[in-house]
Design a binder for this molecule. Structure first.
Ligand code: RIB
Length: 308
């Protein structure tokens, strides 16, 4: 298999993670049982996941000139990402995420965007050669909306498949759907953006129809422990989630997206890409943190392209 090439435009956050027995109520103070910092951010997580599998990944992101920014730059280097479009901004700090993880592995996250919010369409224009050379591009919504849109537009003009993870959920104009090959929300984001509850595969099908009608070529809705749902104009299926004991679900969705994009860029059928994505996500929830929990290729039991 050729080394898949990806280009990712998105956020870089330092995750400040406190572990608690249960989530606090509004107004309540709780004592945490552990505290850790990890490298996170949806964009960076997806990029690092694909790089750990062996992809050549160009990352387009902004970090601060603060010490978190220095540490983040080093993290990108250690993970082998192409750093040409890791930009630094002195005016605001590197993005952070305050994360609480409870005993069941569930999380609550508040993101302060910081430097991520300074990533502008002009920054993405600079990276046009990397976008055009990619086998697949990936973006999300932790950077300004207009930056994500410009990135997806350049990829579409260049005939490069686009994976768009609309997270965190946001109201979107049809322009976004018009340049999206794979529209990939989780069930909560799908529910907010489709304006209906998404609690079952039947609901996911109804929501997917709305996104297809708005212009997406295909829709992938991840549904946590239930698995994931795919729909395009002429195909529809579900893939199961692997049943494992979760210690921390933070970044599991990003492991799914990064792995799926890796296999799309490698030329795998979408069902195989999703099955393998589900496998990587299941491995990731069994360890703490987002990026440190992502498995390298040789620790995964992936299916061959045509075996399932
Ligand atoms: O999807 C998980 C990520 O969301 C975390 O790493 C955090 O930084 C937030 O962006």
């Amino acid at each position: 298999m050729n080394k898949p090439k990806l280009c990712v435009a998105g956020s870089s956050n330092v995750d400040l993670v406190t572990t608690v027995k249960r989530m606090p109520q509004p107004g309540e103070t709780l004592m945490g049982s552990a505290f850790n910092t990890f490298f996170g951010g949806k964009g960076a997580n997806q990029a690092v996941m694909a790089a750990k599998l062996g992809a050549e990944v160009t990352m387009i992101s902004r970090i601060g000139t603060d010490s978190f920014g220095d540490q983040y730059y080093e993290n990108y280097r250690e993970n082998g990402l192409i750093l040409d479009y890791i930009l630094r901004t002195a005016e605001v700090p590197t993005g952070i995420a305050a994360i609480t993880v409870d005993d069941s592995g569930q999380n609550a996250i508040i993101v302060y965007g910081g430097a991520n919010q300074r990533l502008k369409p002009a920054d993405v224009d600079l990276a046009r050669p990397a976008i055009q050379a990619a086998g697949t591009v990936v973006s999300q919504l932790e950077i300004p909306l207009e930056t994500t849109l410009r990135f997806l537009q350049i990829a579409r003009e260049s005939g490069v498949p686009t994976v768009f993870n609309p997270a965190p959920a946001h109201e979107l104009t049809d322009d976004f759907f018009a340049v999206t090959d794979y529209f990939c929300p989780n069930e909560t984001e799908a529910s907010l953006m489709a304006g209906m509850a998404v609690e079952s595969f039947d609901d996911a099908e109804r929501a997917a129809k709305i996104f297809l009608k708005r212009g997406a070529k295909a829709v992938v809705i991840t549904m946590g422990s239930r698995g994931a749902f795919y729909k395009s104009a002429n195909d529809q299926f579900q893939v199961p989630a692997e049943m494992v004991k979760a210690v921390d679900t933070t970044g599991a969705g990003d492991a799914f997206i990064g792995t799926m994009a890796y296999f799309i860029a490698a030329g795998a059928p979408i069902r195989t890409a999703m099955l393998n994505a589900s496998h990587a996500a299941a491995l990731s929830v069994q360890k703490m943190g987002a990026q440190p929990s992502y498995p390298p290729y040789d620790e995964c039991d992936f299916s061959d392209f045509n075996s399932r």
